[in-house]
Design a protein. Structure first.
Length: 125
């Protein structure tokens, strides 16, 4: 199962209006991220889903790559980056539009996934 599918399963578990599978997902995710995940998967059209997956996969791969190549990159650095991303996501007074919202959600989701794997001791490349 790919990373996008893991997050979709997480959304199905945590977002009751969306329904779907009722089994607890393997993906561990920040409780703060669940409303964003519910919103994202609750109303996505096909093109939105494709854009989300494209951004998620790219950010996930580059963040994992950075972790492998940069010995100075720590869990604390990733957590700080996530804090900044959440603040940026909340600062949307002018309106990013749907594409901007998808990019922001996918970027946060990918970083959350890498952080969860890192904290669980998964190293994979």
């Amino acid at each position: 199962m790919g990373k996008s599918e893991d997050l979709e399963q997480t959304a199905r578990f945590f977002c009751p209006p969306w329904g779907g599978k009722k089994t607890r997902p393997k993906t561990k995710i920040s409780i703060l991220f669940i409303p964003l995940l519910c919103y994202t998967w609750g109303v996505m059209a096909e093109w939105e889903d494709e854009k989300f997956n494209e951004v998620f996969d790219n950010v996930y791969a580059t963040t994992k790559y950075r972790r492998l190549l940069d010995p100075g990159f720590s869990v604390k650095d990733l957590e700080s980056l996530l804090e900044t991303l959440y603040v940026s996501d909340g600062n949307d007074q002018g309106g990013r539009g749907r594409v901007g919202d998808i990019i922001s959600a996918a970027t946060i989701a990918a970083h959350e996934q890498v952080l969860a794997e890192w904290k669980n001791g998964e190293t994979g490349g």
